[in-house]
Design a protein around this ligand. Structure first.
Ligand code: 7TS
Length: 436
């Protein structure tokens, strides 16, 4: 069965970029209404192909990897390592040894903070991040800075939620030991110019970490073209399972880093007198990994490739434009995050209604969104809001889904009696730039 619908699906209001029928979970009713799943930044749904790959592993091949001479172990090892090569090609890493399987983007960031960071950051050194980071790209650096008496510098943004690159560059200098920036913001949807940031950081001799958790399901990522030193992603945000992710690192850096965790598989030999470590990537993969999850992630990569990221990106761009236009029309609704380069996220506040109430009422309408600070408290604080309601898109969403969201918001307004009087916010037209 073909996964891809006819090209006209790109502009047809009711069509998605790919058959939703491949996602069993989407075919259900919630509170008696058809499910409209708009919480893809929290986690994406899984196509049948991913579920089948994982099921197949447990039903047919289940065995530990890298350690058995028997047939099942050889099969498991082969499938696990094939997934590594799929990821290598997917993000265009130069070598499969640069692909390290971790639990998710969070673990990828922690790994670098605890290994590269501990080794290279000293008292008075500086790490630069942006004002729009997810907590997982803030807290590991705070822990490191506290331990080392280093300084965390925060690159400011403007009212649209875009980085101020001139200000960014001013933060870089001889004390900068690492720059770590989100590729696509989960709270705002901003796409950051990460290739340019990498060039800037390299001019000052600092390596660059890119948090790609929200990017890889929505756009083509080429780590060599970006020339980033590290890149992290989460499988569950790209139609794969939870508990599996990837840390990409340039081999030259990874080779010089100490191990993150000790245990089986990460060693070359162990004696009580001296232990030597395994080569890349195994040096960073201590213990039995998430084998089924890795194989599921490989299947997710196959699935995305089959549809095509160019096609996904074009479709989602059009859907985001449609959603933005619809939401901007709603009186009293203010979009948070109106960057010119933006992907997949519609974050907003509704005058007079707490986001949790918006989310709860939308849920009763079958519309799943996330409310809260989205683990990006500092940036919401910067915008002067404690929380937002966030609709986040994937390629299986449709204009109909957006229409259901809009209808739900009008229902909220009706219930809270804020149907008239207020004007839609026009933040996207604001030119004011503010440093944080
Ligand atoms: N970085 C970004 C930009 C994220 O959006 C997230 C998760 C992470 C890192 C952490 O990923 P994990 O898979 O290791 O947990 N973001 C969200 C979100 O927006 N809603 O729920 C999780």
């Amino acid at each position: 069965m073909g996964l891809v619908t006819e090209p006209r699906a790109m502009t047809e209001p009711r069509a998605s970029a790919s058959g939703r029928e491949n996602f069993p979970v989407l075919d259900q009713r919630v509170h008696g209404k058809p499910l409209v799943y708009l919480d893809n930044a929290a986690t994406t749904q899984k196509p049948q192909m991913v579920l089948d790959a994982m099921n197949q592993f447990y039903q047919v091949d289940n065995s530990n990897i890298h350690r058995g001479v028997h047939e099942l172990s050889e099969r498991s090892t082969r499938h696990y390592e094939e997934a590594r090569v799929k990821i290598q090609r997917f993000i265009n890493a130069a070598d499969w040894r640069e692909i390290i399987f971790v639990r998710g983007a969070t673990e990828g960031i922690n790994l670098v903070a605890y290994t590269y960071g501990r080794r290279h950051v000293q008292a008075g050194d500086e790490i630069v991040i942006s004002a729009m980071e997810h907590h997982s790209n803030i807290v590991p650096w705070q822990i490191l800075c506290e331990e080392k008496q280093a300084i965390l510098r925060i690159a400011p943004i403007n009212q649209r939620g875009e980085l101020l690159l001139d200000e960014f560059e001013k933060l870089l200098g001889p004390r900068t030991k690492l720059v770590s920036v989100v590729h696509v913001s989960n709270a705002l949807g901003t796409i950051n110019p990460v290739a340019e940031i990498a060039r800037m950081a390299h001019r000052h001799g600092a390596p660059v970490f890119i948090d790609g958790a929200q990017a890889v399901a929505h756009m083509k990522v080429d780590v060599q073209a970006l020339d980033c030193d590290f890149y992290a992603l989460s499988g569950h945000k790209m139609f794969g399972p939870t508990g599996i992710g990837v840390l990409y690192g340039k081999a030259a850096l990874l080779n010089k880093m100490p191990p993150y965790q000790g245990g089986g598989d990460m060693i070359s030999s162990v004696t009580f007198a001296k232990t030597t470590y395994n080569d890349l990537p195994y040096k960073f993969e201590a213990g039995t990994p998430n084998i089924a999850g890795t194989i599921g992630l490989g299947a997710a990569v196959d699935y995305i490739n089959e549809i095509g990221l160019d096609r996904i990106q074009a479709y989602e761009h059009e859907l985001l434009a449609y959603g933005t236009a619809q939401l901007e029309r709603i009186p009293g609704l203010r979009l948070i995050g109106t960057a010119r380069e933006k992907a997949s996220v519609l974050s907003f506040v509704l005058e007079g209604v707490h986001p949790h109430d918006v989310g709860t009422i939308l849920d009763r309408e079958g519309v799943a969104v996330r409310t809260g600070h989205h683990c990006a408290q500092p940036v919401l604080e910067w915008f002067g809001v404690p929380a937002t309601t966030r609709a986040s898109l994937a390629f299986y969403n449709t204009r109909q889904d957006i229409d259901a969201l809009v209808a739900g918001i009008y229902k909220v307004k009706e219930i809270f009696g804020c149907g008239a009087g207020s004007q839609p916010a026009r933040d996207s037209q604001s030119r004011q730039e503010v440093s944080s």
